[in-house]
Every structure is written in structure tokens, then in C-alpha cells.
Design a protein around this ligand. Structure first.
Ligand SMILES: [Zn+2]
Length: 281
């Protein structure tokens, strides 16, 4: 028999803390409307200005897409699979704003890259790419593709990359220089190298779990079946044995019983959001 995880603090205290954090201008705090239980992002991420990171990410993304185009691997606008992905994104994007107060300035982009790799990502600022390998090899339904889209959007909304990079910067440069980091000193150089680092970034298990839950809620609000989160990760688990597709995504997104169990526990929390979205049509 499975029971929901106990709530760490009484909800009134939790709301008070959340209200305080919102008042303090924290950008990646769980919104009051959230059905899934996730906390606020680490404040350490503020060592790296969001604008700087989003600008670096946009440059890196553009370079990647140009490279794909030069290799004839970038799907044209009329590609049916790309249109399908963009339609899914359009249904999720309206529900992203409560999760990050910079979303109003983001210019979301969705592209599809022809590659056998099982991979997908969303860079800071809303730059999304799927590889054809993840759609083809896992034979994703729309609901399952929406779960991946939601998961990747959640990494960006919750600023996981910003937090990882801030921690790396802090470790590299040393916390004693922290005050200089906040000034203009080395920031230019640091920013220049951020884009490249985005591609090799490893998220923590807790980042992954956070992205699963926030993504699940975004997809449910967009009208995608929450049960698909479970079938998706079962498919991922089965694909782990298939080395042909490249294991980049699978090595950073281990699909184990714990991950699937956490999603199963959270499906009922967002079920009503899904049903309401279906009724709206
Ligand atoms: Zn992830």
C-alpha cells in the first residue's frame, strides 16, 4: 500500500513562508496554485544573473540550430512531428508564468533535430529542442511527449541550470571572492563560458524529481493525461538496454522504481486539473 509523502510543515506555515519568498522577489518559488509539493529554488543561483544566462543560452541554442541546419538535420516548419511538438508547447506555455516571474520576457522556441539520439532539452529562457530519436525509438504518444516537454520546461522554469552553474562558479572561484562575483569583475568572462557549460550540465536527483512533478502539473493543466508520466518512464526504463539510440538522456535521467513510484503518487494530485482541461477542450 502506497501512502503520499508526509507534508514537512503545516500548510499555514508553508503558505506564510511562500508569501515571504514571493515578497522577497524570489523568481523560482512554487506558486500558491501548485498542486504538487515542491519547495523554492536555491538562493545561490542568484550568483549568476538570469539575464546573462538566458542571453548565453539563446546564443548557444542558435549556434546549435544553425549547425543542425547546415547538416540538413533541422526539421522545417512544416514537418509534422515539429508541428506536433509546437502544438504541445502551445498548450503548456500558458501555465508556465506562475512558476517563474521572468517568463513574460522569454521567447519560447521549439525545434526538432534529426538524430538517433534519445534526447530533449529546454535551455534557460525557453529554448526547446527534441531529437527525432526520442520520438521514434520510444514511439511517444502526445501525452508522453507532453510529459517530456513539461519536464524540460520545468528545468528552465525552476532555474536548475542557473543553480548548478552558480554552484560550479562558487566552487571554482572560491566563496571568498563571492562579493566580486556579484560585481562586474569577472562576470563577462564567466558569462561567455556559460552557454557551453549548459550542454554538459548534470542535474541532481532532486532537480530531476522537481522537474518531474512541476512538468506533470504543467502537462495536466495543458490537458495531457497524467498517467502518461508513468508509461513514459517505463518506456525509458526499457530503452536503457538499447545502446543504439545513445544514452545521453538516459544517463542523466535514470528511470528507476523510485522515479515511477513518485509519479504514481502524484498523478491523483493533478487528475482534476487534467479533467478540467479536457472539459474546456
Ligand atoms: Zn531532467
Amino acid at each position: 500500500m502506497l501512502c503520499p509523502a508526509p507534508v514537512a510543515a503545516p500548510s499555514s506555515l508553508w503558505s506564510a513562508r511562500r508569501a515571504f519568498l514571493l515578497a522577497a522577489g524570489a523568481g523560482a518559488v512554487a506558486p500558491a496554485i501548485a498542486q504538487v509539493d515542491v519547495g523554492s529554488s536555491s538562493t545561490l543561483r542568484k550568483l549568476i544573473p538570469a539575464e546573462t544566462l538566458e542571453r548565453s543560452a539563446a546564443q548557444q541554442y542558435q549556434q546549435m540550430m544553425e549547425q543542425a541546419r547546415s547538416q540538413r538535420a533541422l526539421a522545417p516548419d512544416n514537418h509534422p512531428q515539429l508541428q506536433r511538438l509546437r502544438a504541445i508547447a502551445q498548450r503548456l506555455i500558458p501555465f508556465t508564468a506562475p512558476w517563474n516571474d521572468r517568463v513574460g520576457q522569454w521567447r519560447w522556441e521549439v525545434n526538432l533535430i534529426g538524430s538517433k539520439q534519445i534526447n530533449a532539452f529546454c535551455m534557460p529562457g525557453g529554448k526547446i529542442a527534441f531529437y527525432t530519436g526520442i520520438l521514434d525509438q520510444l514511439k511517444l504518444t502526445d501525452d508522453e511527449a507532453a510529459m517530456i516537454m513539461g519536464h524540460e520546461m520545468a528545468h528552465a522554469l525552476r532555474e536548475h541550470a542557473r543553480e548548478r552553474l552558480a554552484k560550479t562558479q562558487a566552487t571554482n572561484i572560491g566563496l571568498r571572492l563571492g562579493s566580486q562575483l556579484l560585481g562586474l569583475g569577472d562576470l563577462g568572462n564567466a558569462a561567455a563560458s556559460l552557454g557551453g557549460q549548459l550542454l554538459t550540465l548534470q542535474f541532481s536527483r532532486s532537480d530531476e524529481s522537481d522537474a518531474d512533478l512541476v512538468g506533470l502539473e504543467l502537462a495536466a493543466r495543458g490537458g495531457y493525461d497524467p498517467e502518461a508520466s508513468v508509461s513514459l518512464w517505463k518506456k525509458m526504463g526499457n530503452a536503457t538496454g538499447n545502446k543504439q539510440g545513445g544514452l545521453a538522456f538516459l544517463s542523466t535521467h535514470p528511470s528507476g522504481p523510485a522515479r515511477i513510484e513518485q509519479l504514481q503518487l502524484n498523478v491523483p494530485k493533478v487528475q482534476k486539473l487534467y479533467e478540467a482541461a479536457r472539459k474546456r477542450g
